[in-house]
Ligand binder design. Structure first.
Ligand code: SF4
Length: 287
């Protein structure tokens, strides 16, 4: 196929096993880990975990990616669509609360086919960097129950510097609006687990509290009905050590400043503990 699935618009040739686009993904799913995952938001992980499929290759490839081994180095194993459907079933049989697809966009056609073969009775979560195209997301209307988009940057300068994506904000804003259109406001089950809705995540970067505050302001203005998940788990991984401002964890003071703004805006959602900033929370890429 010639691929223009995400805002990179590579127009790149992709075959089943290989791709020449920025994500380097082929069309068959390449996965780094499939397992119950306990470290998502409480309404996603619950007590039995989120049945997570970590796909290899990413359309954004941030220099500080917390999953750098799989996003930039494309570690993983190629499986067939039928095997992916079998994995959805296996995860569901383990009793997880949902099927959580992490960075699935390059494989969206394979994912949709797998969901046709086996549609789980638990919610399907689409977990993304937020760097998406509305027309691609429309393919998921009715297939995804929950969206977990990141909203990383408020400025094209930063998105270009750290993700080589000057068009991040202009892409992510309409993309998240489309996610909200599809899911509506959050719906919870009697067990407190999220059944439907959009939760916007923001990872606070060191030395960039201004960016975080601007991001929260955009969320407040543009994304009515979404919940926010503020994350303080940043650890300098990937190529972060090459960037002076990114080469440390965030401080308590920085996190407090962003948290206070979140509380002032009275946004609904979650705030992660700063103690989550530890490399031990990076999953084992052991598929
Ligand atoms: S999905 Fe991959 S190949 Fe397709 S446009 Fe995006 S980065 Fe390029």
């Amino acid at each position: 196929m010639i691929c223009n699935l995400c805002p990179r618009n590579c127009g790149a040739e992709r075959n089943e096993y290989d791709g020449r686009g920025v994500c380097r993904a082929g069309t068959l799913p390449k996965v780094a880990r499939i397992a119950p995952h306990m470290w998502e938001e409480p309404c996603i992980s619950g007590e039995r975990g989120s049945g997570t499929v970590f796909f290899s290759g990413c359309t954004l490839r941030c220099v500080y990616c917390q999953n750098y081994e799989i996003s930039a180095k494309n570690r993983g194993r190629i499986i067939t669509v039928n095997e992916l459907a079998d994995e959805f079933k296996r995860l569901e049989n383990l009793g997880v609360h949902n099927i959580n697809l992490v960075s699935p966009t390059p494989y969206i056609y394979a994912v949709l086919k797998a969901l046709e073969i086996y549609k789980p009775s638990i919610p399907v979560v689409y977990n993304t960097s937020g760097y998406e195209k509305v027309e691609t997301l429309r393919l998921l209307d009715g297939a995804a129950d929950i969206y977990l988009p990141d909203f990383k940057y408020a400025s094209p300068t930063l998105s270009e510097q750290y993700s080589a994506a000057k068009n991040y904000v202009e892409s992510a804003v309409p993309a998240i609006e489309e996610m909200l259109r599809q899911t509506g406001t959050p719906e919870f089950g009697g067990d407190g687990m999220l059944k439907r809705g959009t939760v916007i995540r923001h990872l606070v970067l060191p030395n960039h509290t201004r960016n975080s505050i601007d991001v929260l302001d955009i969320i407040n203005e543009r994304f009515q009905g979404a919940m926010v998940s503020l994350m303080g788990q940043y650890v300098p991984l990937g190529k972060a050590s090459n960037y002076e401002k990114l080469n440390r964890k965030i401080t308590q003071r920085e996190y407090e400043k962003v948290k206070n703004h979140l509380f002032e805006l009275n946004l609904d959602g979650f705030v992660q503990e700063l103690s989550s900033a530890d490399e031990k929370y990076v999953p084992a890429w052991d598929y």
